[in-house]
Design a protein around this ligand. Structure first.
Ligand code: ADP
Ligand code: MG
Length: 519
């Protein structure tokens, strides 16, 4: 059940893809642990269970300036749910059991156990150690029966109901019950970025392509395992109806009422609660009608948005735009592939264009908006899912954070397909001609925009340097051929360096991606 994924770099970012199970990470003392803090923060913010075990300096040298001495237990406290050092060798098993259990029970998160250097080399009398067996899976709790009935009344009274599927529903393995609930109740749903795939993106009740409209006009929202944080615009105007009735489903009681007071709070396990809701719906045979004004509004908006994306996707002019690249990638990807995605436009546009059909098959920058995690995620995903394709779609800037992980992929012959959507910069860069002009005007360190990266950098050659396959892609034909070749190779990783128009942008949005209005 527990997996330890390590590599030379960024070991903590290698979380197993199936984050309902736990991950473990071993790090060295001092700077090793300090580097792990970023990964711990990322795991904790995303509610992912992980146990970090750090070596630390010898206890009898504490305060004396020992090698890599650092207040590690204290440092980890901000980045974890639990941080401790066993008081003796005999205490190690029970502290580890507590760390594992704490990482998974309640709202999952990161836990830290500190092992002093002198403990590593010491011996213990086996008979003095209390054997502690591994904890059982987290206990499951149901929501209060009255609250479930009330939730169904709120849904029945709604004119414009909406189900929002968060990543909590993915980790709660609610996919089967949820599918039955959505199909029985006839309700429209939309997923959050990592809730994608719990129900397939091409499901006829999915209104993701009308996301802004659905959020803005819904009068009742069934919120399944998603926080009303920045990803969901805090559940407040201008992105939500001020009178929206929220039915909040979460296993964390403290989450209830964050930003919006729920009309009904259903505390407990998502899968169990969706089954409770389903039983209610089955009992009275209620179904939200398919011929309402709400459905027409949503369907019209979906059709209008699809038309705009389609027009951009079918453009063949060079250099390519994002939509054309993603449209052609999506046509070749197998439905069961695991998609890892990070970047700015690359992640935002990729999320709408690349479909997910299965739960827990997508990882991205997540709740913390962390860049640099993609390659580590892809490695972890590959080590747990041998028969599946792992496709890692990276912006060029995001790739730069941990691009050297291609060495790890080549070392272990992990056939990950990396697609770098290269627009020469962070958000956007400049084309090679402009870059040359800037160099003529003066020193590039002052003349080049700070968001630009080296134009047409050969990321594909980073991959070939270690023995993987690298492709430089400018045209749709090159994209198709290189992606087909990469997807048929199970022996080694590939990297497609897809050069796109640096001025390519997201299609016009109704609202900016980040809500900045005062709460
Ligand atoms: P998203 O990124 O999809 O918006 P969040 O990470 O904000 O999702 O929220 C996930 C929520 O799901 C958290 O509030 C967490 O407490 C909750 N959660 C996780 N697992 C379960 C589960 N098995 N049952 C109920 N709630 C869960
Ligand atoms: Mg870029």
């Amino acid at each position: 059940m527990w997996e330890c994924a390590t590599s030379k770099r960024h070991a903590t970012q290698h979380l197993p893809l199936d984050t309902s199970l736990g991950g473990a990470c071993l790090v060295v003392s001092g700077p090793g642990l300090v580097h792990a803090l970023g990964g711990m923060a990322n795991a904790n913010m995303n509610c992912w269970p992980v146990v970090v075990i750090g070596g630390s300096s010898d206890r009898n040298q504490e305060t004396a300036g020992a090698f890599q001495e650092f207040p590690q237990v204290e440092a980890c406290r901000l980045y974890s749910k639990f941080s401790a050092r066993p008081s003796s060798l005999e205490a190690i098993p029970s502290v580890i059991e507590k760390a594992v259990r704490t990482s998974m029970y309640g709202r999952p998160g990161a836990c830290y156990v500190d092992i002093a250097g002198d403990m590593v080399n010491a011996n213990v009398d086996r008979s003095k150690v209390r054997v502690v067996s591994c904890c059982p899976p987290p206990p499951v709790s149901l929501a209060d029966h009255g609250a479930v009935t009330e939730a169904i009344s709120v849904l029945k009274a709604a004119k414009r109901p909406l189900v929002i599927v968060g990543k909590g529903a993915a980790y709660g393995r609610a996919e089967n019950a949820l599918r039955e609930f959505v199909e029985t109740s006839g309700l429209p749903f939309l997923p959050t970025p990592m809730g994608k795939g719990v129900l397939p993106d091409d499901h006829h009740n999915c209104v993701a392509a009308a996301r802004s409209r659905a959020l803005l006009q819904a009068d009742a929202v069934l919120l399944l395992g998603a926080r009303l944080n920045w990803i969901l615009h805090f559940g407040l105007p201008p992105r939500f109806n001020p009178d929206v009735k929220v039915i909040q489903v979460d296993l964390c009681a403290e989450e209830m009422g964050n930003n919006v007071r729920p009309a009904v709070a259903l505390l407990g396990d998502i899968n169990a609660i969706v089954i409770q809701l389903l039983e209610c719906v089955h009992k009275d045979g209620w179904k939200y009608p398919p011929d309402t004004e709400w459905w027409s509004t949503l369907k019209d908006k979906i059709a209008a948005n699809a038309k705009i994306s389609q027009a951009l996707a079918l453009q063949t002019a060079l250099p390519l735009n994002y939509y054309a690249v993603f449209h052609h990638i999506s046509q070749l990807l197998p439905q069961d592939c695991i998609i890892v995605s990070e970047g700015a436009n690359t992640m935002d546009i990729g999320r709408t264009m690349l479909k997910n059909y299965l739960p827990r098959h997508r990882l991205d920058a997540g709740t913390f908006g962390t860049m640099g995690v993609g390659l580590g995620f892809a490695i972890a995903a590959r080590s747990k899912n041998r028969g599946q394709r792992i496709v890692c779609v990276e912006g060029d800037s995001a790739f730069g954070f941990s691009g050297m992980e291609v060495e790890t992929m080549c070392r272990y012959k992990l056939p990950v397909v990396i697609i770098v959507v290269n627009n020469n910069g962070i958000y956007s860069g400049v084309n090679p001609e402009t870059w040359k002009e800037l160099a003529k005007v003066g020193d590039l360190t002052t003349t080049a925009p700070p968001v630009s990266l080296l134009p047409e950098a050969r990321y594909d050659e980073v991959m070939t340097a270690f023995g993987g396959r690298g492709f430089l892609v400018r045209t749709l034909e090159e994209l198709r051929i290189s992606l087909e070749l990469s997807l048929s190779d199970w022996e080694r990783p590939s990297l497609l360096n897809v050069l796109i128009d640096p001025s390519s942008d997201r299609k016009q949005q109704e609202f900016p991606w980040l809500t900045r209005a005062h709460l």
